[in-house]
Design a binder for this molecule. Structure first.
Ligand SMILES: Cc1cc2nc3c(=O)[nH]c(=O)nc-3n(C[C@H](O)[C@H](O)[C@H](O)COP(=O)(O)OP(=O)(O)OC[C@H]3O[C@@H](n4cnc5c(N)ncnc54)[C@H](O)[C@@H]3O)c2cc1C
Length: 496
């Protein structure tokens, strides 16, 4: 197996898009087979060497950044098999963890299938998207990555290789999992003992649900329980046609009413994506897109899958909804063909990209939220974000997945004093979200950046539950330490 320790050659493994600057590692391992991964972990466990798993570094939470630990990159495990049809409307595609999401989506499309999960950034590895239960604009219709994974292979920290097809290992009525593994022998343990928020998206900490499937414990565990080395993805037929549109509004009241009506799905309206841009986000994009109307409060991007039979009636329903919601019809952009749709999606992608580019040129990091609330509380949260930022004179943007009551607030500090004030306010935002029954992370996960805040959502007891599960699968504590669970909890949970 290749190992590199020339610091110049491995410096790209010390970052992701979180802007955390001070990562460091003695060296990087490049396994090429599942056997390599297993052998490396076994050696690390017996020598107490810690490993951080590296995907492609597009994560936003510092999850892959090492602080003195060794790095294992998944980039050489990147094989993609052709889809195999397994029902009239479904197919399975087997992929290795280091395959790029955009290559997977292209391969699926070539044989008429769609892999629905679509985090806005396509240059991520599929294994990371499973480890982070990633989601994107289409998750409004299709749900997060979890819904599209039929099987995974995981290498545990002991080196043991565990095949987990959906449906094989379920928690019993008593909440207990019972596994019989070739190396570890009998393992009996309880599912995490806490309940999850009633948001339509949630991605903070280990999954838990009565009768849950073991595969769902690993999906979203951010590489803390094992290394995902390959997976069977569930595909759906590629939609015949899509309509998409960017609709501008003069007033936020009209914009909110449009979204609410679209979610009711009356007439032919049936969105697969509902995305939001506030006025400041549009200002941010104006340099690249001068055609953005000069006076607007915000915009909604929507997509809907249609057929040649219902395309016209769906368009009519959307236009009538736009009209009744006082949308800026003459300024809105409708994309009917593939090129126009690609351009609209590029517009959506440009915002986080431009924010990250802008930040790279700044000395301060942004303060960003990834929280969601139950549908009925969204407007209250939006106003809280906006009014708090205005009161403090911050530069900020609010954008994202309004269909799931999940928008990102990014505060862009211009100096260190503003950064410290915004960081202090982050706790107020969390408190508000939790008061409204929301979640600390709806899609980006917790990583290292947000681990210190997880207890505000789950309490010490909840984090101790996560520490218990972590130690069940990684008793020597060698994998992705610092992600999700603050280290002191590993000792707290030892106490009687
Ligand atoms: C412009 C932009 C837009 C984005 N939009 C979205 C979005 O809409 N939705 C969304 O969910 N995310 C989004 N993201 C975040 C990011 O793309 C996802 O979190 C993605 O899953 C990270 O993939 P990666 O390969 O870059 O992982 P990395 O950043 O390298 O790693 C992420 C984490 O996964 C762990 N990991 C990696 N591989 C494995 C493995 N095989 N087994 C176990 N653990 C592993 C790592 O240790 C780390 O903790 C966006 C990022 C950017 C830059």
């Amino acid at each position: 197996m290749i190992y590199k320790d020339d610091q110049e050659l491995i410096k790209s493994y010390l970052t992701d898009t979180s802007n955390i600057q001070d990562g460091h590692t003695p060296g990087v391992y490049f396994p090429e087979t599942v056997g390599d991964v297993s052998e490396l972990l076994e050696k690390c466990a017996s020598s107490g060497k810690r490993l951080v798993i590296a995907g492609n570094g597009t994560g936003t939470t510092g999850g892959r950044i090492p602080f003195g630990d060794y790095v294992m990159t998944m980039e050489k495990l990147n094989r993609i098999k052709e889809p195999v049809q397994c029902g009239e409307k479904s197919a399975i595609m087997t992929v290795e963890a280091g395959a790029l999401l955009e290559d997977i989506q292209r391969t699926a499309k070539q044989s008429g299938w769609l892999y629905p999960p679509d985090p806005t950034e396509k240059l991520c590895f599929i294994g990371s998207t499973i480890a982070n239960n990633s989601s994107g604009a289409r998750s409004y219709k299709y749900g997060s990555t979890r819904n599209h994974i039929e099987r995974i292979t995981v290498v545990l920290s002991s080196g043991e290789i565990l095949d987990i097809p959906r449906g094989r290992h379920l928690a019993g009525k008593d909440g207990l999992f019972s596994l019989n593994l070739p190396l570890a022998g009998n393992m009996v343990f309880a599912k995490p003992d806490y309940s999850l928020p009633l948001t339509s998206k949630h991605n903070a900490g280990y999954f838990s649900q009565p009768g849950m499937d073991l595969i769902d414990l690993f999906i979203g565990s951010e590489g803390t329980l094992g290394v995902i080395v390959d997976a069977d993805l569930k595909l759906v037929p590629f939609p015949e046609k899509i309509i998409s549109c960017l609709v501008y509004f003069h007033s936020m009241k009209d914009l909110f009413s449009f979204v609410e009506q679209a979610k009711i799905k009356s007439g032919g309206v049936d969105p697969r994506a509902l995305e939001f841009f506030d006025r400041n986000s549009l200002e941010f994009l104006r340099a690249a897109y001068p055609e953005i109307p000069a006076v607007t409060s915000g915009a909604v991007f929507f997509e809907q899958e249609v057929t040649s039979i219902n395309e016209e009636s769906a368009l009519e329903s959307w236009f009538s909804l736009m009209e009744s919601s006082n949308a800026m019809l003459d300024d809105s952009w409708v994309a009917l063909d593939v090129n126009e749709q690609r351009a609209l999606r590029a517009f959506r992608h440009q915002l986080p990209v431009q924010v990250n580019e802008w930040l790279n040129a700044q000395s301060e990091s942004k303060i960003s939220t990834d929280m969601a609330v139950p549908d009925g509380s969204f407007v209250e949260l939006f106003k809280f974000y906006r009014d708090t930022c205005e009161k403090n004179g911050f530069r900020y943007i609010i954008f994202g997945h309004i269909g799931n009551a999940h928008v990102h607030l990014n505060i862009l500090p211009s100096n260190h004093d503003e950064f410290l004030r915004a960081k202090a306010l982050y706790k107020d935002f969390i408190a508000k979200v939790l008061e409204l029954g929301g979640t600390l992370s709806a899609e980006h996960g917790i990583g290292k950046l947000k681990a210190e805040y997880l207890a505000s959502m789950f309490g010490d007891k909840g984090i101790s539950e996560m520490a218990r599960i972590k130690k069940t699968f990684d008793p020597d504590l060698i994998l992705n330490i610092g992600n999700l669970i603050p280290e002191p909890y590993f000792t707290i949970s030892d106490q009687p």
